[in-house]
Design a protein around this ligand. Structure first.
Ligand SMILES: [Cu+2]
Length: 151
């Protein structure tokens, strides 16, 4: 009887340690890249299902050297990207990664991102926890009317 309780206690302890971060990132996707393109980009929604804020600091993927968190910032009439130390995903809330806004940048692609393939992407948070999802590559949507956006 006693050994059973000890076993149970150790199992419970193990479960607590092994518990993965409470994140839903199932609709993340990667944008199709063209051959020779150095970097790729990932978009979609990251939901924090836990009750503590999460700080996304980057990630990893087999086909790129590194995954960075980027945002676009406006400088006069120009938009440029910059790397972020961390992107806060508030507890019980979500953050949208989208073209022209926050995004994941796949630095140093070793091969192009091909439509209808998918890749294991691991998100890394500031507390060392990780979350791995299978993300599909989707078509690069051409924007026909760039420059016609009003204010
Ligand atoms: Cu970027």
């Amino acid at each position: 009887m006693k050994w059973a309780l000890l076993l149970l206690a150790s199992l419970v302890g193990f479960t607590a340690v092994a518990q993965s971060v409470q994140v839903d990132a199932d609709d993340l996707w990667l944008r199709q890249s063209i051959p020779g393109q150095a970097n790729g980009a990932g978009f979609g929604t990251i939901r924090n299902l836990g009750d503590e804020d999460l700080l996304l600091i980057g990630g990893s993927i087999a086909i790129a050297e590194d995954v960075e968190v980027h945002r676009h910032v406006r400088e006069g009439d120009q938009m440029r990207m910059e790397a972020m130390d961390a992107l806060t995903i508030p507890a019980g809330s979500s953050v949208e990664l989208q073209p022209g806004g926050y995004h994941l940048m796949l630095m140093g692609l070793s091969e192009p991102l091909v439509v209808d393939t998918d890749h294991d992407l691991t998100l890394v948070f500031s507390d060392g926890s990780t979350h791995t999802v299978k993300v599909p590559v989707k078509e690069l949507v051409q924007r026909q009317h760039q420059g016609h956006h009003g204010h």
